[in-house]
Design a protein around this ligand. Structure first.
Ligand code: SF4
Length: 627
């Protein structure tokens, strides 16, 4: 029995209904660390170029990392990979909860799903055994209902349910995959892929535990986390959730407002995490073994009834349905969050798409006739909530918006194309690139589109960054730069921390708990943890190679699809001068951005088209991808 991982990968062919088991070598696990890099391996081997993302040739991989299941916080993450129906390139999304640890307890490190089932099914895994079962009774049900029905169907209250909602079933391009009806593998439309396969859910239950090489060391690290939590940057997450940082974003002009025309929002205080704590918060929730407890639970009756079963909004959700849309009504934001969790939609893409439609409406590109009677102006909370429901139901304009803002803009025309705020066709997350320049570069070059969890944010490397600066020296970043700088050192910061976050997505670690700057544990503790759980003698160098390997595998996947330099671009709104606050009049010069992109390619070992060179692939042990 290996340490950390189970050594078993489950393969499911939905077309034929067959299930088999693979036992990869130890070196395979060490090469990928499980998680996203493992998923990429199967996609590159199994999905032919130009495959239809919603067709039988696409493959969905659900995986956990080699650390998942150990009794310490921030390790219970599931990673979903497939070709994305939203971006047309590689898809990647991570979510927390209890399902990831339960998959390990049930005896598997990953599930590789191909084909399309002739009828709705769910996969039931219990203690090393797996079977496909009829899901017609839960097909079409909202997540909370189907979760309860599936637990009853398997006769086990403790079974964990990973599933899609009706939006994924109906092919919403930003349909997501949830467990606990709140923990979302949110981005790149992985729920739409699962829906196209007619796979409603994966229900898991296990009584095993992964073997750990050095249990005392793991206990010691867990105790250290408990003892030091209140002094760490993660403590604020427990107090006020991720939305507790809204005041800082407002102050620095980095809070996206009214479809990215400003970095400040006059209603910021009403949607702030602290305000949520003082008004609608009823509980704090957590993922398996995690002491941080950053998850929110809210309950309201007026003006919208919000069911606490669906949790509460995190920062990205709060900004997407709040400041993006000019909405300062926290209850309306909580309602939009609830709807997304009930129907299975990514809150960032959904909010970004509603904000795009509002911008079109304000500019007369869309009329009240187009919106089905909704007065879709910025700030109209009722209209925002109504439009989210219509997207979930694919009703009227909602049917078009369910394709995402990029595709909707192409269809609407008349200048709507300039109002879609996407990279690689995926909506921006809630951080203004004009205020965080290297993050903006990563939005553009990240293989699965604009993402805020794929590199460290600029303020962590700004002079005066305190403990973050000290910690960054562990990965050879010793020359802090202004947050708005995009010089060579800043590009090196972006790329190096991108390798770190890429590693975290392969290990399956939560970036609020383990990371290079303000997180509870630093990178050296992460290295110690990998050694303690797996028994491998490792180094930060080896670990960062895993992150680099995953990133390069993603670039190769996209290159096969014809996606490269041309798509590594910010949208028109990404360059504009913002209005108001600390970023009043601040834009990004296109020439500065293009120069930084060229430097980034060179530092990454890619050619002028952004494609990994033969030398880079061979260095990473990816020679099988050279051709
Ligand atoms: S910090 Fe939050 S998201 Fe991360 S593992 Fe803990 S509870 Fe889950």
């Amino acid at each position: 029995m290996p340490y950390g991982y189970t050594g078993r990968i489950l393969h499911v062919d939905l077309t034929t209904g067959t299930i088999s088991d693979e036992h990869p070598s130890e070196s395979f696990y060490r090469h990928t660390m499980g998680g996203s890099a493992l998923g990429l391996h199967y996609l590159l081997k199994m999905v032919p170029p130009k495959a239809d993302p919603l067709g039988p040739e696409n493959v969905l991989v659900l995986s956990v990392g080699v650390l998942t299941g150990a009794p310490i916080g921030g390790l219970s993450r599931v990673i979903a990979n497939a070709k994305s129906p939203l971006t047309g390139g590689i898809g990647d999304a991570e979510g927390g909860g209890f399902w990831p640890a339960e998959l390990k307890f049930a005896g598997f490190d990953a599930i590789v799903v191909k084909g399309i089932s002739p009828k709705p099914v769910y996969l039931y895994i219990k203690d090393g055994e797996a079977e496909l079962r009829d899901a017609s009774a839960v097909w079409g049900k909202i997540t909370g209902e189907s979760e309860a029905m599936l637990r009853e169907a398997v006769g086990d209250k403790r079974a964990q349910v990973l599933q899609i909602g009706p939006a994924g079933e109906k092919g919403c391009k930003f349909g997501n995959i949830l467990n606990m009806s709140t923990r979302a593998c949110g981005r790149t439309g992985m729920g739409a892929v699962m829906g196209s396969k007619r796979l409603k859910a994966v229900v898991v239950r296990g009584t095993g535990r992964p073997e750990i090489a050095d249990k005392d060391k793991v206990r010691e690290l867990a105790k250290w986390g408990r003892d030091n939590l209140e002094e760490s940057g993660a403590w604020g997450m427990q107090l006020h959730g991720t939305a507790g940082g809204i005041n800082g974003l407002q102050e620095t002009g980095a809070l996206p407002t009214r479809n990215w025309s400003s970095g400040v929002f006059e209603g910021w205080e009403k949607i702030w995490g602290q305000t949520m704590t003082d008004t609608i918060l009823t509980d704090r929730d957590t993922c398996y073994a995690c002491v941080v407890r950053c998850k929110r639970v809210v309950e309201t009756k007026e003006p919208f009834e919000v069911d606490p079963l669906y949790g509460g909004p995190e920062y990205e959700t709060t900004a997407s349905f709040g400041s993006y849309c000019g909405v300062d009504n926290l209850v309306a934001i909580a309602k939009a969050n609830e709807l997304c969790n009930k129907y299975g939609m990514d809150t960032i893409s959904c909010g970004g798409t509603v904000a795009f439609a509002m911008d079109c409406y304000e500019q007369g590109i869309l009329t009240q006739e187009d919106t089905g009677g909704l007065d879709l102006r910025f700030g109209n909370a009722e209209a925002m909530v109504a439009m989210v429901q219509r997207i979930a139901d694919r009703e009227g304009l909602g049917d078009l918006l369910a394709e995402g803002s990029y595709a909707a803009a192409q269809e609407i025309g008349h200048g709507a194309e300039d109002l879609a705020v996407t990279c690689h066709k995926q909506e921006y997350p809630a951080h203004v690139p004009q205020a965080k320049r290297s993050l903006g570069l990563i939005y553009a070059v990240n293989p699965f589109g604009a993402d805020h969890m794929s590199s460290e944010h600029d303020p962590s490397y700004a002079p005066g960054g305190g403990e973050s600066i000290e910690r960054l020296s562990a990965i050879a970043l010793n020359d802090p730069q202004d947050a708005r700088s995009l010089n060579d050192e800043k590009v090196r910061f972006a790329l190096t921390t991108q390798y770190v976050y890429s590693l975290l997505d392969s290990l399956g670690t939560c970036m609020f708990v383990w990371g290079p700057t303000w997180q509870l544990y630093d990178m050296e503790q992460l290295r110690e943890l990998v050694e303690a759980i797996t028994g491998w003698r490792t180094s930060l160098y080896e670990l960062l190679m895993v992150g680099q390997r995953r990133l390069n595998m993603m670039r190769v996947f996209n290159a096969r699809e014809g996606i490269a330099r041309e798509q590594d671009m910010l949208p028109k709104k990404g360059f504009i001068k913002l209005a108001g606050g600390a970023t009043d009049g601040v834009g990004i010069e296109e020439t500065d951005f293009l120069q930084a992109r060229e430097r980034y390619y060179a530092m990454a070992g890619w050619d002028e088209n952004g494609v990994p060179t033969e030398g880079t692939l061979r260095k990473l042990g990816l020679e099988w991808l050279v051709d």
